[in-house]
Design a protein around this ligand. Structure first.
Ligand SMILES: *[C@@H]1O[C@H](CO)[C@@H](O)[C@H](O)[C@H]1NC(C)=O
Ligand SMILES: *[C@@H]1O[C@H](CO)[C@@H](O)[C@H](O)[C@H]1NC(C)=O
Ligand SMILES: *[C@@H]1O[C@H](CO)[C@@H](O)[C@H](O)[C@H]1NC(C)=O
Ligand SMILES: *[C@@H]1O[C@H](CO)[C@@H](O)[C@H](O)[C@H]1NC(C)=O
Length: 577
């Protein structure tokens, strides 16, 4: 007994010593006492403020000056007034490194508008299309010449940003932004955004979560290959495909080498992906949240929690009950029980499956038959692994798998349907079974969209929030199945979502990053920051749906002949918080 306890202590202390690298190498933006003291002093309402400030002097000079300032207070905490003075002397307000940019390929009358039958929706679609002009940003060349003065990562082409506090490029958001730009006929802006991501793979070996150094050791759901697929479908640009393909392969290898686990199930080996970030310390942009959450934990557990929170951010679902594993090993608990890296997520593996198929088709198209065969084989193995570990034949859906309890998490999450979207299943009836599962889950009873989950955790990737990428995934998934009923469901979900977006737009004159499934046009809430306006992926998904279903959608909500007419919920006057 004694020996095993001793052993446990030794293991723990070994773990503590082998500490993880910081989120990035900057001793100002990612680690060190300037960051620590400024964030702890809570000088700004959002922790992202400080880490987005530009330096006006070399980092060494700023560090030396802070050292001297600290010494005045015997190395204890510098008072807030002196910190503000220090910031005033060495930093500039956030956002100045990006200048507004009007995409030159934006035109007044994009073709897709003519396919939208409802007058109000057509006019609104024109307004969403106009929003691309307000979300365009160009990075000043000084960022390229003096990267040491910025947390912003230089990328060579202008970008369309999500909006609000998300003032730089984001990885997975850009998939729906690019799809929306392509609906708007803005192929050169879309190409530039993809080229930025190709550039980032070359520079970091992964695509960072977003365009800031403090995101550089974590990624986001890997949509780059599908971005290129969307672009290729819209342009048939084979030369672009040829130049991108080696980089797509490189990104794929990163996910397979650095973000996968191999499991033995009944004698067969299966390899699946997970989110997993090897970086310690609190997230610089949410520093005090992470500090507070870790209060009272031992050093080793603190570091583990901070890495798991970063893995949660890498999943795009930051945060969600989906990533909780409590002390008993159940999918329950609170934010401090986040164990993202110990879960094999359905949506990530569905995305990897679709990526493998897409890479195979790219290779075929370019005459790389051997590579094509290898990716086809990888996709076939993926389907086997997904069905061995994630598919539940009784319930008729896929579920996240916990490496800790070696079992599935059986709660409803919209991501449980991702393999339908990715067409990552072996038997046609699985798609129909999944539709039955969705119906029986209770997630279809809300007038304003499908909720992320049915658990009200207070986190933003849970009930009652509905997110554009998830609606899009469900609609595209069911519209791709052969039966009338699934097609009808896809149209009904598109109608609900468009009406929700439209109602909110008429009330607030804005597009939001997420909505409340009960609000009849109410933006979503919860989580670490206030709901943001803008908003890149919301606009992209709305434009895609308006193009695809423009002949059927109405601003009034109902649709003649629909078997699933929307309940008409009264429009309560809602105030933004
Ligand atoms: C910090 O103090 C040292 C010793 O007094 C001085 O040489 C140095 O210039 C100071 N650094 C800054 C940035 O003021
Ligand atoms: C403050 O820290 C520096 C090194 O970081 C050390 O040399 C100095 O003695 C410390 N001063 C006090 C008063 O503790
Ligand atoms: C992936 O893992 C390898 C081996 O552990 C490591 O050398 C490499 O730096 C990692 N790549 C990235 C981009 O983190
Ligand atoms: C691309 O090529 C395919 C096959 O040749 C054709 O069907 C399609 O219409 C083309 N698309 C565009 C956008 O030119």
């Amino acid at each position: 007994m004694r020996a095993s306890i001793l052993c446990w202590f030794l293991t723990l202390s070994a773990f503590t010593k082998a500490s993880l690298p910081p989120p990035c190498d900057s001793e100002i933006y990612c680690s060190g006492s300037v960051l620590d003291q400024v964030q702890r002093a809570k000088l700004f309402p959002d922790d992202k403020h400080f880490v987005d400030m530009r330096l006006n002097s070399a980092p060494d000079l700023v560090l030396s000056s802070f050292h001297n300032l600290s010494a005045e207070f015997l190395n204890a905490t510098v008072p807030p007034a002196r910190l503000l003075e220090f910031l005033d002397q060495y930093f500039e307000e956030p956002g100045t490194e990006l200048e507004p940019w009007t995409p030159p390929d934006w035109t007044d009358q994009p073709e897709f508008l003519t396919g939208i039958k409802d007058d109000k929706l057509r006019e609104w679609a024109g307004q969403i299309h106009s929003l691309w002009k307000s979300l365009g940003r160009k990075i000043r060349s000084d960022v390229k010449d003096h990267p040491e003065l910025y947390s912003l990562i230089y990328t060579p082409h202008p970008v369309v940003v999500p909006g609000g506090r998300f003032r730089e490029l984001y990885y997975w958001d850009s998939y729906w932004v690019i799809n929306g730009l392509l609906v708007s006929g803005m192929t050169s802006t879309a190409r530039g955004m993809i080229q930025n991501f190709l550039h980032l793979v070359g520079r970091y070996g992964l695509i960072p979560n977003g365009g800031r150094v403090y995101y550089e050791r974590r990624s986001q759901p890997p949509f780059l290959t599908l971005m290129v697929e969307s672009f290729f479908k819209a342009t048939n640009d084979t030369e672009f495909l040829r130049s991108a393909l080696p980089v797509l392969k490189e990104e794929y290898e990163f996910w397979m080498q650095n973000r996968s686990v191999t499991l033995d199930v009944g004698g067969a080996e299966h390899r699946l992906n997970r989110f997993h970030v090897e970086a310690g310390l609190p997230r610089p942009e949410s520093y005090t949240d992470d500090l507070e959450l870790a209060e009272g934990l031992s050093e080793g557990l603190r570091e583990q929690l901070w890495a798991e929170l970063k893995a949660g951010a890498e999943s795009g679902w930051d945060f969600s009950s989906r990533w909780y594993i409590d002390a008993e090993g159940h999918n329950d608990g609170a934010l401090k029980d986040t164990r993202t890296s110990q879960i094999l997520p359905v949506d990530l593996n569905a995305l990897m499956c679709r990526t493998e198929r897409t890479l195979a088709s790219f290779c075929r198209l370019l005459g790389e038959d051997e590579s094509a065969a290898a990716y086809e084989q990888a996709a076939a193995r993926r389907v086997e692994a997904v069905e061995a570990l994630l598919w539940d034949p009784e319930r008729g859906a896929w579920f996240d798998y916990s490496l800790l309890s070696k079992s599935k998490h059986l709660e409803f999450y919209a991501s449980n349907l991702a393999p339908v979207w990715a067409e990552c299943f072996s038997l046609p009836e699985m798609g129909e079974r999944a539709m039955q599962y969705l119906k029986e889950s209770g997630a279809l009873k809300f007038p304003n969209g499908v909720p992320t989950s049915l658990r009200e955790s207070g986190q933003q990737w849970d009930y009652p929030n509905a997110w554009p990428p998830l609606q899009h995934m469900l609609i595209e998934g069911f519209s791709g199945l052969p039966s009338d009923e699934t097609q009808q469901l896809a149209l009904d979900l598109a109608q609900r979502w468009i009406r929700t977006n439209w109602l909110a737009y008429t009330k607030y004159d804005a597009m939001f990053e997420k909505y409340d499934v009960n609000g009849d046009g109410k933006p979503g809430g919860g989580g670490e920051y206030d709901v943001q306006l803008g908003f890149g992926w919301t606009n992209g998904v709305a434009l895609q749906l308006l193009r695809r279903y423009g002949a059927d959608l109405t601003s009034a909500g109902g649709r003649a002949g629909s078997r699933l007419l929307l309940p008409l919920v009264s429009t309560a006057a809602l105030m933004l918080r």
